[in-house]
Design a binder for this molecule. Structure first.
Ligand SMILES: Nc1ncnc2c1ncn2[C@@H]1O[C@H](COP(=O)(O)OP(=O)(O)OP(=O)(O)O)[C@@H](O)[C@H]1O
Ligand SMILES: [Mg+2]
Length: 510
């Protein structure tokens, strides 16, 4: 039996795929079953009866050194991502025929991205270039780069794509808009009785079957570049970001702006303006990206949502002169800074206090994960500002805001109960975000990592005092386990992202 040899995947895409899946296994599969054993420099775990190990540093970020292995007949052998998928399927009892395909698709996407990046030229704009550096994506997701369909590489930020938006003309009588979307009028000219609606060309292809004759095609508009979320693009000529719907699954969600989210972005922008003003008095490095308006076409829910576009301010417009915004996710991929402790102190000092102040003083839940926070670096590369973006993830704590006014569905989507909100803040800020930055800042030095968390603890302690020692923060300082979002679990269950559960992990502030 000598068929054509099937080449086992290898190289950086396979390494990243295996690492991300293994991290999910530690956190969500073996961890909750009591089947993870730290044995420095290794972490050992058992999945489907098989013992696995990897050299690791970086605390809960689980940065791996060298190839993960499986124990087989008394010897350690290299583990592959395909083998680990099979072990996960066995451990979880099967029943998800899509899972293996999603993992493989994500790995293939990474390979395509890496090939494209050999030739592709990064944008000269340093912020934009850093948006496009997230080649391997979310470090705790089983299929971080899976993107549905063909042709996605043309629109991929990681491949430094650039393309013109398509301009549509919407007749005034079917125009759907809210807030102040007037920035869109500058993108092109519409005939009398019409308004300009920019569309993502990929989304137009996906929506083609649903498009009737009501919209006029006004041809290509300004050239844009995709940011890290893929569906939000930046138009340098107009210094504006456009957050489009994209009917493609990216990590856990099909990226559609629901009608109540379009209206919700505007409602939140109006409500958060005075809140952020107040927060930035106490914490002067605080910035945010308002989403002042949206526009769409009232041609049934499918098109209304599918064509809905949110206007968002550019990070350059909100940062001080001489300050360069960089997504935290890109900083997490970087090198150890020259003065790790000083840099970390500055970093935590600009990022954490406003998030805590917003929650406890103002009843506002941000989603400050690595991709939703841009950190403003001064000329020396020191963190001096934090820019919070993505109002889809921002919520108002139930009972703390008067929600009379907006449509009940809009109000419902804008609110979170206090407990759920706090879990989200803690997960995003500590687990998703600061854990990764700390691992990068400390490098392989575990003693330094502990020193960083002592520093963070002092800072959280001072914040707790300033905020009147609220219970959630006291619990955190007393060592309560942290909630880690179960990305593998929600993909395995094929459930909506908002239903994702949390698994408890050790608290580095303790
Ligand atoms: N550590 C991370 N945590 C969360 N998302 C990450 C992380 N690293 C990369 N990502 C990617 O960033 C994107 C985050 O999605 P999110 O829902 O915040 O953005 P969005 O609403 O689509 O767009 P935008 O952020 O422009 O508003 C996903 O594509 C996700 O895979
Ligand atoms: Mg986001």
């Amino acid at each position: 039996m000598h068929g054509p040899a099937i080449e086992a995947p290898c190289g950086p895409a396979e390494e990243a795929t295996l690492a991300a899946l293994l991290r999910c296994c530690v956190r969500e599969v073996a961890g909750p079953r009591g089947l993870v054993w730290p044995a420095p420099p290794y972490v050992l775990l058992r999945v489907a009866g098989v013992l696995l190990r990897a050299r690791t540093h970086g605390g809960a970020a689980l940065r791996f050194d060298g190839p993960p292995e499986r124990l087989e007949s008394g010897a350690w052998r290299p583990l592959s991502s395909d083998e680990l998928v099979t072990l996960v399927e066995t451990e979880l009892g099967g029943g998800n025929a899509e899972f293996a395909g999603q993992v493989a698709a994500s790995r293939a996407a990474m390979e395509a991205i890496l090939r494209a990046r050999v030739e592709a030229v990064p944008p000269a704009d340093p912020w934009l270039a850093s948006e496009q550096d997230l080649v391997y994506g979310h470090p705790f997701h089983p299929s971080p780069k899976a993107r549905g369909g063909d042709g996605w590489l043309r629109y991929a930020p990681e491949a430094h794509a650039e393309f013109p938006v398509r301009l549509l003309g919407v007749r005034d009588d079917v125009l759907d808009e809210g807030g102040d979307p007037s920035m869109l009028d500058a993108l092109g000219e519409a005939p009398p009785g019409h308004r300009v609606l920019p569309a993502h060309p990929w989304q137009l292809e996906l929506l083609r079957p649903a498009l009737g004759g009501e919209l006029i095609d006004l041809g290509p508009g300004p050239v844009v570049a995709p940011t890290s979320s893929v569906r939000t693009v930046y138009a340098p000529s107009h210094e504006v970001c456009l957050k489009f719907s994209l009917d493609v699954r990216i990590t856990n969600c099909v990226r559609k702006n629901a009608w109540y989210e379009l209206a919700g972005a505007v409602e939140l922008t109006r409500r958060l303006a005075p809140v952020f003003d107040a927060v930035s008095v106490r914490h002067p490095g605080t910035r945010w990206l308002p989403e002042p308006g949206y526009r769409s076409a009232a041609l049934g829910t499918r098109l209304r949502e599918g064509l809905g576009v949110i206007v968002r301010h550019s990070p350059w417009a909100v940062c001080s002169p001489g300050v360069t915004p960089v997504p935290a996710a890109a900083l997490a991929l970087g090198k150890q800074p020259p003065d790790p402790l000083g840099w970390w102190r500055a970093y935590v000092g600009v990022v954490a206090p406003p998030v805590l102040d917003l929650y406890f003083t103002h009843g506002v839940v941000l989603e400050p994960h690595l991709q939703n926070v841009l950190v403003g670096l001064d000329a020396d590369g020191l963190p001096v500002e934090a820019v919070f973006r993505d109002l889809e993830g921002a919520k108002l704590v139930e009972g703390r805001h008067d929600l009379v006014g907006p449509h009940p569905e809009v109000a419902r989507a804008l609110t979170y109960d206090a407990e759920r909100g706090w879990a989200r803040v803690v997960y995003c800020l500590l687990v998703n975000h600061l854990t990764e930055i700390a691992a990068t800042v400390a490098g392989p030095d575990d003693a330094l990592l502990r020193a960083l968390w002592r520093e963070a603890r002092d800072l959280f302690d001072r914040q707790a005092d300033a905020l009147g020692r609220p219970l959630g923060l006291s619990d955190l300082l007393a060592g309560a386990p942290l909630p880690a979002k179960a990305n593998l679990g929600v993909r395995w269950a094929r459930a909506a992202d908002r239903t994702a559960g949390y698994v408890p992990i050790a608290n580095p502030l303790a």
